[in-house]
Design a protein around this ligand. Structure first.
Ligand SMILES: Nc1ncnc2c1ncn2[C@@H]1O[C@H](COP(=O)(O)OP(=O)(O)OP(=O)(O)O)[C@@H](O)[C@H]1O
Ligand SMILES: [Mg+2]
Length: 367
């Protein structure tokens, strides 16, 4: 399949161009060499016929030219043919990797991302190009797979509340007494959950699009704001929240950064011990970066599990308390927000149990 995004004038192939340059250069060099030989020969031959010795002539320049020119011509023609042929073969060999790269590009264009060039041989410009292309393909393939997983999970999650509503309605229809009070309650709860999920999905795509206004903000103020809002929840659950830290100026969307901090703090409160839980929020300024760290007590988590929690719809171990049925998008949203602000997110399991989550964002001087 040959698809052309841009219509271009047809041109000579690179192989032909290289061949012509090889042959051209060979002709030029040969002509120069022949000229040098000619000049050299001239020094030994007199201008006109002279008597030499008894009764003998030595050849003059025009004799020499008559003898020299046809042979030089033949040599040049031979060299031309040699140059064209050799150039064609050499150029073909040099450009062979390009064919493989082009084939791989065509396959990728047609949607096959699993193919790799895997160019062998030593490191040179073609090898570098092919390796870079392979790396790009690998990342693209992983990205597409992730998107597909995400779409499948999202559809599954969205179907769940609909299926539950359907079951509730079926049960109510077959109920001879037609009691609707309970039904309305249950449907309301299921619907609220579906709205939460949809809103979380919208937020995720908004952070991914990176289309938000940036302003100077202070992370420590945002952390305070989030802590204030969530304090009643913490009190209900018997969790203490300690906030500390310096002024941490950065640039970003106030609303999104508040969402990020709220999600982290909310997680730290709800995924905590059932009694005497603690949460520590800290903001700090490092070299070139500002840090927001949220740490909490809780169940022990496997270290390798911690890094997977930021994937969408990933929930940790089975929930010990049934009253917080999360959507599983909280940390995915945090990660998207951090990445949209050119920062990095690290999630580590604390050895004593619970989690430590650090968001690192670029610092602004004098913010
Ligand atoms: N601070 C934390 N301490 C312990 N476990 C945590 C913490 N934060 C997240 N987790 C674990 O990671 C999982 C994913 O968290 P995430 O915030 O993405 O989803 P969620 O809290 O379950 O749902 P929601 O979308 O409502 O936030 C949680 O289910 C929980 O098991
Ligand atoms: Mg959460």
């Amino acid at each position: 399949m040959r698809e052309r995004a841009v219509d271009r004038q047809p041109g000579l192939s690179v192989r032909l161009k290289l061949t012509l340059s090889y042959a051209g250069f060979l002709m030029l060099a040969s002509a120069l060499l022949i000229a040098v030989v000619w000049v050299f020969l001239l020094r030994y031959v007199p201008d006109s016929e002279v008597m030499y010795g008894p009764g003998g002539f030595i050849p003059n320049r025009s004799d020499l030219w008559r003898a020299f020119a046809p042979r030089a011509g033949t040599a040049l023609i031979f060299l031309l043919v040699f140059g064209l042929l050799g150039g064609w073969l050499l150029a073909g060999r040099m450009l062979a990797p390009l064919d493989r790269i082009r084939d791989a590009t065509r396959r990728a264009t047609n949607g096959s991302l699993s193919h790799r060039i895997e160019l062998e041989g030593r490191n040179d410009e073609f090898r570098e190009l092919a390796d870079a292309f392979d790396t790009m393909l690998a990342r693209l393939e992983a990205h597409v797979a992730e998107q597909q997983r995400f779409a499948a999970n999202a559809s599954h999650e969205l179907r769940t509340p609909l299926a539950i509503s359907q079951t509730l309605l079926d049960v109510a229809r077959n109920d001879p007494d037609h009691r609707t009070g309970e039904l309305v309650e249950s449907l309301h709860a299921v619907n609220a959950r579906a709205i939460d999920l949809t809103e979380a999905l919208l937020l995720l795509s908004r952070a991914d699009q990176r289309s938000f206004a940036r302003e100077h903000v202070d992370l420590s103020l945002i952390a305070e704001e989030a802590a204030e809002t969530l304090l009643p929840l913490a009190e209900r659950r018997g969790v203490t929240v300690e906030a500390s830290g310096d002024i941490t100026p950065t640039v970003g969307s106030h609303a999104l950064l508040l969402q990020m901090t709220t999600n982290l703090l909310h997680n730290a409160i709800v995924h905590n011990l059932s009694r005497h839980g603690a949460v520590w929020v800290n903001t700090a300024v490092g070299p070139g970066a500002v840090l927001l760290t949220v740490e909490n007590t809780g169940e022990r988590l496997a270290p390798q599990l911690a890094s997977t929690l930021t994937e969408p719809f990933q929930r940790g171990t089975e929930r010990i308390r049934g009253d917080h049925a999360g959507v599983g998008l909280g940390l995915a949203i945090v990660k998207s927000i951090v990445q949209a602000h050119d920062g990095t997110l690290t999630v580590v399991a604390r050895p004593a149990g619970g989690l430590r989550v650090t968001a690192q964002l670029p610092a602004v001087r004098g913010g």
